[in-house]
Structures are given as structure tokens and as C-alpha cells.
Design a protein around this ligand. Structure first.
Ligand code: NAD
Length: 290
């Protein structure tokens, strides 16, 4: 398939490389990042998009996505698929889909989870909203770049699924870290706490699969000095998107809001930037000893 790929950073680079490796004809454009192996370089976004059956974007945020869409949508062939895999606000995803539809294109919003290791290994999970025929067309590409693609309904629903998932993840990580710090204060051994909770009703992905305490439970960034992994500032981005969506939809999400505020404090005032999002645990430890 002839594919245009715009945004070849930490995620987009390896994703495009996997498509090229699988034999697709991939033309890439990025303002700064180098072209991955097997990807031909375009000089502009329009050049990457022209004549492509599918254009995939993997960009930092909704404002940049809208800007790129303004450039490429008029240049794309009718019937082609605009598949955005960035994590952006639901409103931008829906606005770009409307713009694509008005130009006779199919649109899919398909953010991913799995991080840079998943992008490199081709094991991402895609959560997709938008046109069903568009999804059918890009699903084989998602199968190359990932291990699972879930169709979630109309445009914007992929982004909605992503921010709901990450709101659960952020809040759960915080409370898991709080529980370890509380156990310390109560003189409860961390290993004993883990052994109980990981097989009791308090179990969770953060406790069982991504244990934030070094040397306990699953091997995770905690065992590597909290190097990301999933950086705290990316978690903050997703928690902000969740609150933006909650406010727009008049949904009551007090724990999601508290999680956003705590990650904002951690990233902006407490040196959390560049650390894994599980470094909330040393934050609570420190606070406890002040
Ligand atoms: P990144 O900053 O490494 O890559 C973004 C790329 O977009 C950069 O190379 C930048 O030069 C390019 N770019 C910016 N403006 C552009 C424009 N106008 N035209 C062309 N290229 C442009 O970011 P990333 O980590 O690859 O993340 C990309 C998206 O994936 C984000 O929305 C992020 O939230 C999401 N995401 C990231 C992770 C992760 O672990 N890194 C996990 C899941 C989802």
C-alpha cells in the first residue's frame, strides 16, 4: 500500500519503519526527525500525503494535528484514509474528521498504548474511532504496528477510550504509591503488602504488572531508577486531556481531577519531569519524611 507518514518521532519513527519492513511503500515527513530505514523522505507534508491511500499522523498535540490537516486534507485523493494515531483532545479529533469527510476522505482516530518499546516491537494496542470502512482499510496496518486494534465507534471515540484508560491508570498509580508509603509508616513490610494486595481485591495493573516499589513484584522502571517507561509529563498530558473532555461533556470526575493536579505539581514543581510516572512513590516517601 502507498502510505504517507507524518510525524516520525519516538513513536512514529519505529511505527513507519515497521510498515516499510513489511513491504509497504512509505513516504515520510517530519520537521526535525530523521527518516527511519526504508522510508522515503518528502520535503513537505503535502508531498508525503499526495497520492497516498492512507496517511498516518503521529504528532505531539491537537493544535499541530489541526495545522497539518489544514495542509494535507485538500491534497489527498478522494476515498483515501486519514488515520491519526497521536493522542489529542476529542474535539480536535472530531474537527479533523469532519474536515476530512467534507473533502471526501475517510477518517480514523486511533491513538495507541504500548509506548516506545511497543512501537519498536510492533506490539502497540490501537483504539479506533471513525469510519468503519476506513478502519477496515487500515486494520492490516495496525496489525503490523501492533498486536490488537479495537473499534470503538464514531469519530473521537478512539481518543475517548484512550483518555478513559489513562485516567484510570494515573489515579490507580497514585493510590498504589500512597498505599506503599502508608505501609511504610505503619511498619508493614512492602513485600508482605504486595503479596496480599496482588492476590486480593486491591490488585491492579499498577500493582501487579508495573509495581512502583523497587525490588518488589514485577520488574518495572522502579527497578531502573525510575527511568521511563512512561514519563510523568506524558501522563500529565493525558490527564489534562481527560479533564478537558470531562469539562466539555459535564462529567463528574473528581479523582481524575485530583490525579491531574498531583501530576502537575509533581512535573512542574517537584522535579518529576523526565521520570517515570511511577516515581510518585519516592515523592510520597519524601513528603512523609519532611
Ligand atoms: P515526539 O515528540 O518524539 O514526536 C513528534 C514528532 O512530530 C517530532 O519528531 C516532531 O518533529 C514532529 N512534528 C511536530 N510538528 C510537526 C509538523 N507540523 N509536521 C511534521 N512533523 C511535525 O513524540 P512521540 O513520543 O513520538 O509522541 C507522538 C504522539 O504519540 C503524541 O501525541 C503522544 O502523546 C503519543 N503517545 C506517545 C507515547 C510515548 O510513550 N512516547 C505513548 C503513547 C502515545
Amino acid at each position: 500500500m502507498k502510505i504517507g507518514f507524518i510525524g516520525l518521532g519516538n513513536m512514529g519513527g519505529p511505527m513507519a519503519a515497521n510498515l516499510a519492513k513489511a513491504g509497504h511503500e512509505v513516504t515520510g515527513f517530519d520537521l526535525a526527525a530523521p527518516m527511519p530505514d526504508g522510508v522515503s523522505k518528502a520535503d513537505t507534508a503535502v508531498e508525503a500525503a499526495k497520492g497516498a491511500e492512507v496517511v498516518i499522523t503521529m504528532l505531539p498535540n491537537g493544535a499541530i494535528l489541526r495545522k497539518v490537516a489544514d495542509e494535507i486534507v485538500p491534497a489527498m485523493d478522494k476515498g483515501a484514509v486519514f488515520a491519526d494515531c497521536s493522542t489529542v483532545d476529542v474535539e480536535s479529533a472530531r474537527a479533523v474528521a469532519d474536515q476530512a469527510h467534507d473533502a471526501g476522505l475517510l477518517a480514523v482516530d486511533a491513538p495507541v498504548s504500548g509506548g516506545v518499546t511497543g512501537a519498536a516491537a510492533g506490539t502497540l494496542t490501537f483504539m479506533a474511532g471513525g469510519d468503519e470502512d476506513g478502519f477496515a482499510k487500515v486494520e492490516p496496518l495496525f496489525d503490523i504496528m501492533g498486536q490488537k486494534a479495537v473499534y470503538c465507534g464514531p469519530s473521537g471515540n478512539g481518543q475517548a477510550a484512550k483518555i478513559c484508560n489513562n485516567m484510570i491508570l494515573g489515579a490507580t498509580m497514585i493510590v498504589t504509591c500512597e498505599a506503599f508509603a502508608l505501609a511504610d509508616k505503619l511498619g508493614l513490610d512492602r513485600q508482605a503488602m504486595y503479596d496480599v494486595v496482588s492476590t486480593s481485591s486491591g490488585y491492579s495493573w499498577t500493582m501487579n504488572a508495573y509495581t512502583p516499589a523497587p525490588g518488589i513484584g514485577a520488574t518495572s522502571p522502579a527497578d531502573n531508577d525510575y527511568k521511563p517507561g512512561f514519563a510523568a509529563e506524558l501522563m500529565l498530558k493525558d490527564l489534562r486531556l481527560a479533564q478537558q473532555a470531562a469539562e466539555a461533556a459535564d462529567a463528574d470526575t473528581p479523582l481524575g481531577k485530583a490525579a491531574r493536579d498531583l501530576y502537575a505539581q509533581f512535573v512542574e514543581n517537584e522535579g518529576g519531569e523526565g521520570k517515570d510516572f511511577s516515581a510518585m512513590l519516592p515523592r510520597f516517601e519524601k513528603r512523609g519524611h519532611e
